[in-house]
Design a protein. Structure first.
Length: 228
């Protein structure tokens, strides 16, 4: 009994921290289908939050607390769509190969079946500025899952989050510039779009991606326990 228990704990730790032990079973297929649904839900989910910031001109407001507008100047209201953290969550939960499949299914549905992208769908969406960010989900899943393959350590979690987020935004920006060049869009339009999609959002994406990987690690361990 002691040997059996020790073996079980060892396997549990391996599943949680080291390597992609997810195998193609019925449970894996169900998880992939659920991940596709989760990506679609995240696309149309938006939540708002407020936090304090230090504005560039904060020195001019020091000592002045009489005006409520001054206090508002140190607050940032943000509306966030959690699609990128969900993509990173899928990578952490399913690994490189099985993590890419839900993303491919999501893209295929959006292009050929139903408009599940944020701004619509259809084959014409390939020429949308936003499509580069969606296309970048594929390498982002592969890169982040490859990092996490060696374990869910703090270093790997942070590194996987940063790599995934930067991969998505860099490819997204380059694709936007490519489409903008083809359509001969003005620099002002391109710059405004890039700032809206890849401005301060990058920082939020990294923070929430870290949390999503931690969550995926917990769920991954729980699934192993329940299936064994």
């Amino acid at each position: 009994m002691i040997i059996e228990k020790s073996t079980r704990v060892k396997k549990e730790n391996v599943f949680k921290y080291n390597g992609e032990t997810v195998k193609l079973r019925l449970g894996t297929l169900i998880l992939m289908c659920l991940c596709v649904m989760l990506i679609i839900i995240a696309t149309f989910t938006q939540f708002s939050f407020t936090h304090y910031i230090i504005p560039v001109d904060f020195m001019s407001y020091i000592g002045d607390t009489s005006d409520t507008n001054v206090k508002q100047h140190f607050l940032k209201y943000y509306r966030y769509i959690p699609q990128i953290p969900v993509i990173v969550f899928v990578a952490a939960l399913l690994g490189r190969i099985f993590g890419v499949i839900p993303v491919l299914v999501y893209i295929s549905i959006g292009l050929f079946v139903y408009p599940v992208f944020a701004l619509g769908g259809g084959i014409k969406y390939i020429f949308d500025y936003n499509f580069g960010y969606i296309l970048a989900y594929i390498p982002a899943v592969f890169f982040s899952a490859s990092i996490l393959k060696s374990g869910f350590s703090i270093k790997n979690i942070i590194q996987a989050s940063i790599v995934a987020v930067l991969t998505i935004h860099i490819i997204g920006i380059l694709y936007t510039l490519f489409i903008g060049t083809i359509e001969q869009s003005s620099n002002a339009v391109l710059f405004g779009w890039i700032i809206a999609q890849s401005g301060t959002k990058i920082l939020y994406d990294i923070i929430f991606s870290i949390l999503s990987i931690i969550t995926a690690g917990i769920i991954k361990r729980f699934l192993w326990i329940t299936m064994c």
